[in-house]
Design a protein around this ligand. Structure first.
Ligand SMILES: Cc1ncc(COP(=O)(O)O)c(C=O)c1O
Length: 382
């Protein structure tokens, strides 16, 4: 991996070598017949959908997964045409016709969606690939068990009419990141019985799947034909209870860095940033980091977020503002332009995205996903 020089303000380095290694690690955690769907929704959790999709495919992923149709269509438009792409968050009026033309696998959770996809298939004159989503207990998207027979029956009729092909049956866990949570076994039971019903009725799916990253890592009985890892592919632990990235054999892909914009000496008793929630105890030095909540640095981490400057981890002093925040350098006076590392893999002593999640009382998913468009992504290992 070659080090690139820091650009003027800030950057998110995306280590595609790490992403490929994580995909290979996940591949080694599942049986050889189990296919891997690389989840690249939300711009690959902020890492850049297209480059991450390509890197994941190079490392052995078989499918891609997105939330919105527009995310999936963008992958096709960029030339990823020979890989199945499942897209699961459809809203009435969405471009089913484009999804059919693009050969997307389109998730259907209710009869309104089946009606729209059938109408689009008629208009386009092609068979739509659909996957029926079961709500096995998450209580979010997906078809309730009580409504499943009706949805399955309608899908089979549309299949017999040549409008759709049911390529998958699938679901999503609520608590796979909480080891031994009773809902895990309960959801698996419901999933098996919903699969059983659909298969007895005549559905012949190519893939049956329910496992996200935590289930991929810890629940082999949930792997079925395919697993759908997102966060683990980006090298971030799904939850502290499952262990750190390193303990899971994963390497964080994103590092968030900035150049210190100003270093100055201030007297004791000096308020720092909006609201003066931090006041210097004694004479000290302050460093200005040119990243703020507009860049995705959580304001909730005001007074708590950790940042490596020089060889020491400092703490955000006072409030995170829209474009900048301050760290107390405790008398040190690094040159302006010195690198400030908010998070990275952790092996140079820098904090991790998980550390920021703790500081902001959130999950590491949110930390990486919310890094804003103003922060350029710099790709390593392409
Ligand atoms: C339906 C679905 N499958 C898979 C994933 C990937 O989850 P994770 O990032 O925990 O692996 C997500 C993400 O939230 C999702 O919504």
């Amino acid at each position: 991996m070659t080090e690139t020089p820091p650009p003027p303000r800030a950057r998110a380095e995306i280590d595609l070598g790490a992403l490929r290694a994580n995909v290979r690690t996940l591949r080694a955690r599942v049986a050889p017949h189990v296919r891997i769907m690389a989840v690249v929704k939300a711009d690959a959790y902020g890492h850049g959908a297209l480059r991450c999709a390509r890197a994941a495919l190079e490392a052995g992923a078989d499918w891609l997964g997105t939330a919105t149709p527009h995310e999936a269509l963008a992958l096709r438009a960029a030339g990823i045409t020979d890989v199945p792409v499942l897209c699961w968050l459809w809203t009435p009026g969405d471009p089913w016709d484009q999804g059919i033309e693009a050969g997307l696998d389109m998730s259907v959770s209710g009869t309104w969606a089946l009606d729209e996809v059938v109408e689009a298939a008629r208009a386009v004159g092609r068979t739509a690939r659909i996957q029926l989503k079961a709500d096995t207990g998450l209580g979010r998207n997906g078809c309730q068990p009580a409504d499943w027979p009706e949805l399955v029956g309608a899908a089979l009729k549309a299949e017999a009419d040549g409008h759709v092909k049911v390529t998958g049956l699938w679901s999503h866990f609520a608590c796979a990141d909480e080891p031994h949570h009773p809902s895990i076994a309960a959801q698996l039971d419901v999933f098996r019985s919903m699969l059983d019903h659909a298969e007895r009725a005549g559905v012949r799916p190519e893939v049956r799947h329910i496992a996200n990253s935590p289930a991929t890592l810890t629940l082999p009985e949930s792997h079925f034909d395919l697993v759908r890892p997102g966060i683990a592919m980006y090298g971030v632990s799904p939850s502290p209870e499952l262990g750190t990235s390193a303990e899971l054999g994963l390497r964080p892909v994103m590092s968030l860095k900035a150049s210190v914009a100003l270093v100055k000496h201030v007297p004791a008793g000096h308020g720092v940033s909006y609201g003066h929630h931090y006041v210097t105890e004694g004479e000290t030095t302050l460093g200005l980091v040119p990243l703020g909540y507009a860049d995705g640095v959580p304001r909730h981490a005001s007074g708590r977020g950790p940042v490596l400057v020089g060889d020491r981890v400092r703490t955000v002093a006072g409030r995170v503002a829209m474009d900048q925040f301050v760290v107390d350098l405790d008398g040190d006076a690094p040159e302006p332009g010195t690198e400030a590392v908010l998070f990275g893999p952790g092996d140079r002593g820098e904090p991790t995205a998980e550390d920021w999640a703790v500081a902001a009382d959130t999950i590491a998913y949110e930390i990486v996903t919310r890094i804003g468009a103003r922060v350029p992504r710099v790709y390593l290992g392409e």
